[in-house]
Design a protein around this ligand. Structure first.
Ligand code: SIN
Length: 281
């Protein structure tokens, strides 16, 4: 008996994973169930945890090898560089994390040759106004979006490749020279297959820089049409955070976007880890 209960949220995306105490060491059978839940539902969440940094890193290992983010130098946690802070909190005049990270729909590290396989956020502080949580994160299922396309369109786009350029991301802060050097432009298949389930999904977003072999204008038309199709409400789950939540998402099966509807003095703090991925195929 693993004691785990998987509670699907909607037909297309998301599931709650209940019955696990993340302070305990997970058995192989439990790890397998949780990994499969992530592969099948795209986003999973666990409520009511307060993880020590080392425990978050070991839960991250259930999904693969943790990566060290280029932001960790500035916003990492002492002793656990795999975790970096996403936060609007300012201490002694200095930000403790990246504020307003990921406010456009995107898939994590799509600009890298090997983009992140999965991402985990652990909610340490959730902004509240009149008893309502703010700072939700929305998730769109890119596999369901692919399934819903007409067959003729699928045939036209299935061999295209999308160009990603780190310097053209829509972000508040300018990228550092070191990060620009680390991430030269790359291209990935527009339609990729999930490494575990084999399910196909669309891998393109408003942050994509172009389509290989197409003019700037023709590429933009394809990118914008597909990017807005992916985030149709039928494919979207919006997570309303509670302090202690641990949410994990699969960067092949979904895109996400932070909803920034709060500001100081309302504070938000997330501990973020990512899992190393392979070259998309
Ligand atoms: C991210 O894009 O990794 C951050 C999402 C969030 O803060 O809700």
């Amino acid at each position: 008996m693993t004691g785990i209960k998987i509670i699907p949220l909607m037909a297309k995306i998301g599931a709650e994973v209940a019955g696990l105490d993340l302070r305990d060491t997970m058995s192989d059978a439990q790890s397998e169930i949780v990994r499969n839940a992530l592969a099948n539902y795209g986003v999973i969440y666990l409520r009511g945890h307060k993880l020590e940094p080392k425990k978050q890193v070991s839960f991250t290992r259930v999904f693969g090898e943790p990566a060290i983010n280029h932001n960790a130098k500035k916003f990492g946690i002492n002793g656990s560089p795999e975790i970096y802070r996403i936060s609007n909190i300012v201490e002694n005049g200095k930000p403790i994390g990246t504020a307003k990270a990921g406010t456009e729909w995107h898939s994590d590290m799509c600009y890298a040759m090997r983009p992140a396989k999965a991402t985990m956020l652990h909610a340490r502080k959730v902004p509240q106004l009149n008893g309502f949580a703010l700072g939700d994160t929305s998730f769109a299922n890119t596999a369901a979006a692919w399934d819903a396309l007409p067959i003729t369109l699928k045939e036209k786009i299935s061999n295209l490749r999308v160009i990603y350029d780190f310097t053209r991301r829509k972000r508040g802060a300018k990228p550092s020279k070191a990060a620009i050097q680390q991430y030269p432009p790359v291209s990935h298949p527009l339609v990729r297959s999930h490494p575990i389930t084999g399910r196909k999904s669309l891998y393109v977003s408003g942050e994509s820089a172009g389509i290989e072999g197409k003019s700037e204008e023709a590429g933009r038309i394809i990118i914008e049409a597909l990017a807005s199709h992916i985030v149709h409400p039928a494919f979207v789950y919006r997570h309303s955070w509670r302090q202690g939540d641990v949410v994990v998402w699969d960067n092949c099966t979904c895109q996400h976007k932070a909803e920034v509807d709060y500001d100081l003095p309302l504070e938000r703090l997330m501990w973020r880890t990512t899992v190393k991925g392979s070259v998309p195929k």
